[in-house]
Design a protein. Sequence first.
Length: 397
Amino acid sequence: MKRYPLPLIAILVLAVVVTPGWAATKAESKSKSKSPALGMAVAITTVTGIAISPLLGTGAYGAYEYFTTPEESRAALPWYAQVSFWLPALGVVVLVAAKDALGAVMPPGWKKPLDVLETIENKASGLVAAGAVVPFTMAAVSKTITAHGPEGPEWGATGLAMLHLGAIDFTWLLNILTVPFGLAIFAVVWMASHAINVLILLSPWGAIDAALKGARTALLGLLTLSATLNPWVSAGMSVVIILIAYLVAGWSFRLTIFGSIFSWDFFTLRRLRFKLADSDNQAFAGGNLPQVPVRSYGRLRKTETGLTFTYRPWMVFPAKTAAVPAAGLVVGKGLFLSTVVSGEDATFFILPPRYRGHEEALSQAYGMAGVNLAGLRKAWGAMKELFGGSAAKIQMV
């Protein structure tokens, strides 16, 4: 099955939305500041930037709206542009930055609970942005496109009509498409960005955390700077980011599921009430299980013929089952995460935090060779498996 129609469709939709506006602008010799196409370009950049870092993006966008609005009109601004939201939001961003700066020299055990909190915050702020900020931004663009301008008739008539589709007025279709289109962009880019938070959960070293977070912040800063200098350049960069995020969407989705379950198990102390089943337990695929995408969430089963792993691509598609080579498997006991590895330290499964304290029982239930302590060498091997080999391939399921 081909993997690329969706990006091409996204580009086509973008072209259908932007091209008529550009043509109408050229035909009517309007200024850039009044171009509906320019408004769409700015909106795409805004949605992409907020998706990269929801709390920082929403707080900064709200502050920008607040300071660029006349004082007498600020009371009518949406809630995210009020001081009561964007000032505390940016304050939390500063605290997170301080945590990351100190985390480079802190032992993993001191910083990991704060990393889990940040992962939860990223999910919460992402939901807030997806539910309010992004729809508001895209709806504003739709209103700009269809509204009467100060110098002429509706852009909906002069823009979409230039496609020579007869007397059909597609402005209603534009209203329907813009918000879902913005939400789709946000979801894909947010998952790719959120994967960084999950990688930080897996990382045993604060220096790696700081490098990952710095790269994401630098990308957001570059996008903001280019938007200030030339909105079209920033829109082009946003399209590139969206396409890359789409290509790694499967990998990002699996990391998002992993981070959600990790955070839930960690903060609810699920290990204290967890009951290990005799032959059917949940786990994440490692990077060495043949034909199974890394971090796939499924069930490890013991059958009469051996061990199998069953998972559903994207959690909803028909189940797939893979045979597990059982010879030489041992449970590697880590500080926060335990794993199932072979004698060559190749990771076959990653176990959620609920398995802490149950490693010996798991080994006996599946007939494994025992339990070993996983030290820094194994932690470094897990990171290499995550970024290299099969984990680095573009996997859409």
